[in-house]
Design a protein around this ligand. Structure first.
Ligand code: PEP
Ligand code: MG
Length: 895
């Protein structure tokens, strides 16, 4: 700042100039930026102004004081609003009323949301009555203002306000607010003012400017309240982003039967269907829809159920205008919008637009439809779908043929099925989930305080509220199955019961919810695998055209291999053969093999395993016909196979014909202090060559068998684990090559094969140039590599990693998302050294990171050839790989 230009703290919209635009979301918050954008493209937006997020940051940096110059800029901006509207702030004859709303860069439940009707006081209320010709409306507006201001700015318990209304209704023997007259509301206002004075020790502020600054202060204050802090922590939102404040001229949806308020999505946020989707309430103010107290009506005739009256029918011209605005917004923003509007005397006003939160299914459908409609490019469609969200689509649904005991039905608010123990509070949901329990959070309605519990729950059930209620919106964003507004169910927090039609479910008992149909069942209902939509296949096809990384799967069972093929895996990147040995039929032979104290004994046991192992490989090769299959030779930390109980020891002893006591001694001999760094991986193949020989034989025999049977030779890639030195690979590779020659000679036929190694030890990475001499490929075992680079036990990290994450020592669990700085540096060294020796050496990754979008972006950057991940993550990896090719960093985005 050079002293001549003062910082601009306030941006006007719809009042004279439009100083902001959509791209200024960091400065103006999402709401403010989009209000300015809508005003500038000619949509009907009530005029107002935005106080920037920089004011919030300055406020906290400067001991909660506003920066100099702010007051004057606010005064000027409000004067522009007065000019545009012809009303004046605080003018008893012709009062300007405003709303004050928070608006961060991303929508953030948990902060102070809204104060409406600000500017009303004992004098201006008469002006409003005269101007509107409706005293009842004016006094109702005043009491709403005191109630909202009292609640969110002055922190007065809302029950105290509700009691006053109840008293007045009680005296008049009426039950509905609509039965109250102007005089009644006037009495309510007096009662409210007294409540405020009692609670705060001061009279309700009458000066509109005092009201305004207090409301602005409350918005900034709410940035640091506990709920907002929790929300930011859950969503990785930095505290220094700050919030903006929007001050906007009021328009009234509650001024009579030709007024209304509503919220809608330009497409269905659950399914993505290209239809206007939303609700409205005649003669109501915005918060009434969100609060879910009155039941809103549908917008379009087509979506109206019997007994419902749509806006299309009661306000056809407003509906037509809304449809026009919808088109303008979608063409302009090129994305599905979530809008709030008010109708004042049949005129439509836009109060908000933002990119709408949506389910994974809707996100996919909308992206594909918009590309097909020509609104966006295919690449953009691929960019828009968050790969991690595909998980939701791959989730199981309820088995339609399964027996079920219905309990009730609500709205299908967020798809997916979930089953768990009923809990009635967010705290309990968190506590039980932490112990590893699956819980369903059951509430009458949810509020921003509940988000941590909603996050912890497998699913959410509410008995009140609509498709745009808090529960529905938040659950969809989180990808939690949710049934909302199940009005036929009764929740009793005191007796901890959920009941309907004589059936009672107690806290802790199991229920199942189906967020796609809205159904609720007693007990647990079996689930089935998901069906994937046409749009899913289309988007995956587009992703495949873009990506350069291949995607393989980690699989050793035919079921997993088959699932992965269906999800588009292009081969197997890791078959962990030790997982094949846990089968009841085989474990005894495996134990014999390990426990034998000479080569002869080992060979006998291995002879029993060979036919099983060959059959395993035949099945995998058939499923992966023509594709590469990486088979890793045995890599068990031995302790995983040792017999433990006396019975197990006796069983192995009997099978070998040895004494149980001798066996027990052998177990003691074999047990290790540090098995992860012990007798495992290629060390085992070097000390017991018979084992790798048997596995190599099984692989070659199986490959020849499948080649003969199908005419399509499989491509075995034999992988040696835990290599740290070139010599280790030389020796084990020679064993494999010798076995290949032997089998090919016996059978009079050959298959192509390659031999490579995992890079999962720092020494392997640092000497990768030497190891590459004898390796046809490298596969990064980043699970072990993370363990060994950090010196962090994979099996024990759970005890202290949470503290590391909590204290920000680590940003993410390094076993989930690759640590670029350390482990990534090691990978880079190995890539460079490996390629220096052998430029065309094949490079892949098979640690868990192969299915993590951020790690996949890293793999793209360092130039790996493929990633390999568990079957259900294959679609995630295909999409993430395409995004990585487009330069997207694989970070999670909030819509
Ligand atoms: C690895 O270490 O990354 C790996 C894939 O092997 P495992 O998890 O079986 O040790
Ligand atoms: Mg490993």
């Amino acid at each position: 700042m050079d002293g001549t230009t003062a910082t601009k703290w306030v941006y006007s919209f719809g009042a004279g100039a439009n100083e902001g635009r959509a791209g200024m979301r960091n400065l103006l918050g999402g709401k403010g930026a989009n209000l300015a954008e809508m005003a500038s493209i000619g949509l009907p937006v009530p005029p107002g102004f935005t106080i920037t997020t920089e004011v919030c940051t300055a406020f906290y940096a400067n001991d909660r004081k506003y920066p100099s110059g702010l007051e004057k800029q606010v005064k000027d901006a409000l004067a522009a609003v007065e000019q545009t509207t012809g009303f004046r702030f605080g003018d008893p004859a012709n009062p300007l009323l405003v709303s004050v709303r928070s608006g961060a860069r991303v929508s953030m439940p948990g902060m102070m949301d809204t104060v409406l009707n600000l500017g009303l006081n004992d004098a201006t209320v008469d002006g409003l009555a005269r101007k509107s010709g409706d005293a009842r409306f004016a006094w109702d507006s005043y009491r709403r203002f005191i109630q909202m201001f009292g609640g969110v700015v002055l922190d007065v318990d809302h029950h105290r306000f509700e009691e006053i209304i109840d008293e007045v209704k009680h005296e008049k023997l009426v039950t509905e607010d609509t039965a109250l007259t102007a005089e009644d509301w006037q009495r309510v206002v007096s009662g409210y003012k007294k409540v405020v004075e009692d609670a705060t020790g001061k009279p309700f502020p009458q000066d509109p400017w005092d009201q305004l600054w207090a409301a602005v202060g409350a918005v900034f204050g709410s940035w640091m309240n506990q709920r907002a802090i929790t929300y930011r922590r859950l969503h990785d939102i930095p505290a220094d982003w700050g919030t903006a404040v929007n001050v906007q001229a009021m328009v009234f949806g509650n001024m009579g039967e030709d007024c209304a308020t509503g919220v809608c999505f330009t497409r269905d946020p659950s399914t993505g269907t290209n239809l206007l989707y939303g609700e409205f309430l005649v003669n109501a103010q915005g918060e009434d829809v969100v609060a879910g107290i009155r039941t809103p009506q549908p917008l379009s005739k087509a979506s109206a159920k019997p007994g419902e009256v749509s806006m299309e029918e009661v306000m056809p011209e407003v509906y037509a205008e809304l449809m026009r605005v919808r088109g303008v917004l979608e063409t302009h923003y090129r994305d599905m919008q979530d809008i709030e509007f008010t109708v004042q005397q049949r005129r439509l006003y836009m109060l908000q637009t933002r990119n709408g939160k949506r389910t994974a299914a809707a996100s996919l459908c909308i992206a594909v439809d918009m590309a097909n409609e020509g609104l966006i490019e295919r690449e953009e469609a691929v960019r828009r779908v968050n790969p991690a969200s595909l998980d939701q689509l791959l989730h199981p649904t309820l088995d339609p043929s399964a027996k079920r005991t219905p309990l009730g039905k609500g709205l299908p608010a967020s798809p997916g099925a979930a089953c768990g123990a009923v809990v009635f509070s967010a705290e309990e949901a968190e506590a039980r989930a932490q112990k590893g329990e699956s819980v369903i959070l059951v509430r009458i309605e949810t509020s921003p305080e509940d988000i941590a519990g909603m996050h912890a729950a497998k699913g959410i059930l509410t008995t009140r509220g609509g498709m745009t209620s808090h529960a529905a919106v938040v659950a969809r964003g989180m990808g939690r199955p949710c049934v909302a507004g199940a009005g036929g169910l009764a929740v009793d927090y005191t007796s901890q019961t959920l009941s309907a039609g004589g059936q009672v479910v107690r806290g802790g008992e199991t229920i199942t919810i189906d967020g796609a149909t809205g159904e609720v069942f007693v007990g647990s209902v079996p689930m089935i695998e998901p069906q994937l939509s046409d749009e899913f296949a289309t988007l995956m096809g587009w992703a495949d055209e873009i990506r350069t990384l291949k995607v393989r799967t980690n699989a050793e069972t035919p079921l997993d291999a088959d699932t992965a093929r269906k999800f588009g895996a292009e081969g197997i990147g890791l078959c962990r053969t030790e997982h094949m040995f846990f089968d009841a039929e085989r474990i005894l032979a495996v134990r014999e093999m390990i426990m034998a104290d000479d080569a002869e004994g080992r060979r006998r046991a291995i002879g029993k395993l060979l036919p099983h192992q060959r059959k395993d490989f035949v099945e995998l090769f058939r499923i992966m016909a023509g594709l590469p299959v990486t088979i890793r030779l045995l890599d068990p930390p031995l302790h995983e196979f040792l017999p433990h109980s006396e019975e197990e020891i006796a069983e192995v002893a009997a099978s070998i014909g040895a004494e149980a006591e001798a066996m027990a001694r052998r177990v003691a001999d074999l047990s290790e202090a540090n098995p992860m760094l012990g007798h495992r991986g290629c060390r085992l193949g070097i000390s017991y060559p018979e084992i790798y020989e048997m596995q190599a034989r099984a692989i070659f025999e199986a490959a020849l068998e499948v080649a003969k049977e199908t005419g399509k030779a499989p491509i075995p890639e034999i992988m040696i684990p835990l290599v740290g030195m070139k010599k280790e690979l030389e020796i084990t590779r020679a064993q494999v090559d010798r076995m290949a020659e032997a089998v090919f000679a016996e059978k009079g036929a050959k298959v192509e094969y390659s031999v490579g190694t995992m890079i999962e030890l720092p020494r392997a990475a640092l000497t990768a140039d030497r190891i590459a001499d004898v390796a046809d490929f490298f596969s990064f075992g980043t699970n072990d590599l993370t363990q060994t680079v950090f010196g962090l036990s994979r099996d024990d990290a759970g005890k202290f990693l949470p503290a590391y994450l909590e204290q920000g020592i680590l940003a993410k669990d390094p076993f989930v998302s690759l640590d670029r700085e350390g482990v990534g540096a090691m990978v880079k060294i190995a890539v460079e050294k490996g390629r220096a020796t052998k430029p065309d050496i094949k490079l892949g990754i098979c640690g868990e990171h192969g299915g993590d979008p951020a790690s996949i972006a890293f793999c793209q950057e360092v130039g790996l050839d493929y990633v390999s991940c568990s079957p259900y993550r294959v679609p995630v990896a295909r999409l993430a790989a395409a995004q990585a090719a487009l330069g997207v960093g694989g970070v999670d985005r909030t819509a």
